[in-house]
Design a binder for this molecule. Structure first.
Ligand code: ATP
Ligand code: MG
Ligand code: MG
Ligand code: MG
Length: 562
């Protein structure tokens, strides 16, 4: 490729909305341009890197027995209604209607489509295991699309789905994917950790997130200082963040004892609680989800999420009666609640048990309350995130807290979708059984952004060689100098012949401009053709990562670059 032809418009000024290095640098270096919030065009350099990441993924998926397919992006609502997720997915789903009024969505994920695919085709245990995958755009109407490719509303994902005849089979498929992910991210040159990320009632080995370590990451992870234990501190998969401002949840709408809603919510959150909840306040915007369950006989007339102190407060409707009985008509959860909070309040017990800190006040606020001591059966589930110095659950050594980017996730689904959609097979004894499933995602476009978060400096990107758009930038110092250009062309041809991806910067720009651009775009290697190269046969090779300069001759430069 010649720089004079390359469509990579660089920017001097970065828009203020670009807050993190990957976003800034991809705009500055001409990798991406925004079409709408969270929706981007990938320019040639970005597209090359993305295709390299995809190729690495493809090779490892194929090596693990995966078969590539392409499912539709546009998905009929019927399947999502069958699985129960049409409502649950909520506002994060892009929904649309065709001219006949039939509903569709733009696929945020493909469990429904793939389960539908195999339920009609897979009949016997002999056809298992089956591993199918695709690499494709996904659509999620993220509440806060930001950080460029990091949290897009249209983004590229690889998603593989495994089908097995039993749990043992699923364990094998899961392990294969886990190992493949380790290879993929290693080949991409990333520094990452697989972390336990259990969701609700499901145990720790059920799902792992692959987290690229970076201070700009949105995931907080606890890493043991001694053994290899690492876990996402927010152990609930249904991520829960407090809204930024104090928010009132309109109970008339959200807390009406609507059995269906409550069950859906419990199911969605995979809570280990009985399904006899009386009321629920549930704010289901995905990123700001707060959930308060109230059981027992009492109506609640107000629930507030007070972000400033990290607490949930609620007031009972029949406070007179509760006060008369010596009970407490209000509740404020312990302060400092954070992500992942699900509060279950047992209104009956609350009435009977508590009297402390101002029992006569109408507004009972229990600051620093201890749920067990002060509220009896009130259950505040997993309200405290693991903190620095907490004991590692494996070896007891203190954990450290660090940040990272979720670049992939592997998940044992079991029969969640196969039972809902009746995807069954006949086992060795001719008995009909639901398929045992797993799903495994990699954020391809997010992985590119994560690489930049890990590898950049004040001058620009520093690509790991395996995913660099070009491996080498070949820079004649003076493109008007015939001898330099002649040598550059020769080396250009030589490198291409040797299978090295090279960009020849043939622009008639000052050398300084070209060097700056080479650093900004982040080619791992820069080869400079100046007077020294022409006159003294000294070809300068600069390693972007270390800044190291090495000199070669026309005879041996290829070796040096390799
Ligand atoms: P997050 O917790 O960041 O919202 P997720 O857990 O919702 O991600 P998954 O459903 O596990 O995402 O999807 C698989 C992978 O797709 C993620 O591990 C991530 O790398 C990528 N991904 C998810 N959402 C986005 C997004 N909005 N933009 C870019 N990549 C994404
Ligand atoms: Mg998400
Ligand atoms: Mg996640
Ligand atoms: Mg995930």
């Amino acid at each position: 490729m010649r720089a004079s032809k390359l469509y990579a418009p660089t920017l001097r000024e970065v828009p203020a909305e670009a807050e993190i290095p990957s976003h800034q640098l991809m705009l500055r270096a001409g990798f991406i341009r925004k079409a709408a919030g969270g929706v981007y065009t990938y320019l040639p350099l970005a597209w090359r890197t993305l295709r390299k990441i995809e190729q690495i993924i493809r090779e490892e998926m194929d090596a693990a027995g995966g078969q590539e397919i392409a499912m539709p992006i546009m998905q009929p609502s019927e399947l999502w209604k069958e699985s129960g997720r049409w409502e649950v997915f909520g506002e994060e789903m892009f929904k649309l209607k065709d001219r006949h009024g039939r509903e569709f969505c733009l696929g945020p994920t493909h469990e429904e489509i793939i389960t539908d695919l195999v339920r009609n085709e897979v009949r016997s245990y002999k056809q298992l295991p089956l591993l199918l995958y695709q690499i494709q755009n996904k659509y999620r109407d993220e509440i806060r699309p930001r950080f460029g490719l990091m949290r897009g509303r249209e983004f590229i994902m690889k998603d593989l789905y495994s089908f097995d005849k039993d749990e043992a089979g699923l364990d094998i498929s899961y392990k294969k994917m886990y190992d493949a992910y380790t290879k993929i991210f290693s080949r991409c040159g990333l520094v990452f950790r697989p972390v336990e990320a259990d969701s609700g009632a499901i145990g720790g080995s059920n799902t792992h997130e692959f987290t690229a370590l970076a201070q700009t990451g949105e995931s907080e992870i606890a890493v043991c200082t001694k053994c290899d234990y690492a876990a996402n501190v927010e152990k609930a998969e249904s991520t829960v963040l407090y809204p930024e401002d104090e928010t009132e949840l309109p109970l008339e709408k959200k807390a009406t004892p609507n059995t269906k809603t409550i069950e859906t919510v419990i199911e969605y959150l995979q809570l280990p609680i009985e399904k006899s909840i009386k009321a629920v306040a549930f704010q289901d915007e995905k990123d700001k989800l707060i959930c308060v369950f109230v059981r027992g006989d009492h109506e609640v007339n107000e629930v507030k999420v007070q972000n400033a102190v990290g607490a949930i407060s609620l007031r009972m409707a029949d406070k007179e009666a509760i006060l008369a009985a010596g009970g407490v008509p209000g509740f404020m959860s312990p302060i400092g609640l954070r992500k992942g909070t699900v509060v279950i309040v047992d209104a009956t017990v609350m009435e009977m048990k508590n009297a402390c800190c101002g029992a006569n006040e109408v507004d009972m606020h229990y600051i620093n309350a201890n749920p067990k001591r002060d509220f009896g059966e009130v259950l505040v589930k997993d309200v405290r995130l693991m903190q620095k110095g907490d004991a590692c659950p494996h070896c007891g050594a203190p954990v450290q807290i660090t940040r990272g980017i979720e670049i992939g996730q592997v998940f044992k689904l079991g029969i969640k979708y196969s039972s809902a959609l009746r995807a069954t097979f006949l086992d060795e004894n001719g008995r009909e059984k639901p398929l045992i499933m797993g799903c495994y995602g990699i954020g391809v476009s997010r992985t590119m952004a994560a690489a930049i978060e890990q590898y950049h400096d004040e001058n620009g990107i520093i690509w790991p060689r395996a995913i660099a758009p070009y491996e080498v930038a070949l820079v004649p110092v003076n493109a008007k100098n015939e001898a330099q250009m002649k040598l550059a062309e020769k080396i250009y041809a030589g490198l291409q012949q040797a299978g090295i991806e090279v960009l020849l910067d043939d622009r008639k720009e000052r050398a300084g401009v070209k060097f700056k651009d080479a650093d900004l775009i982040g080619y791992p290697v820069r080869v400079t053709i100046g007077p020294k190269a022409v006159e003294e046969d000294k070809i300068e090779v600069k390693v972007r990562k270390t800044g190291e300069l090495v000199y070669f001759t026309e005879e041996n430069y290829e070796e040096g670059i390799k």
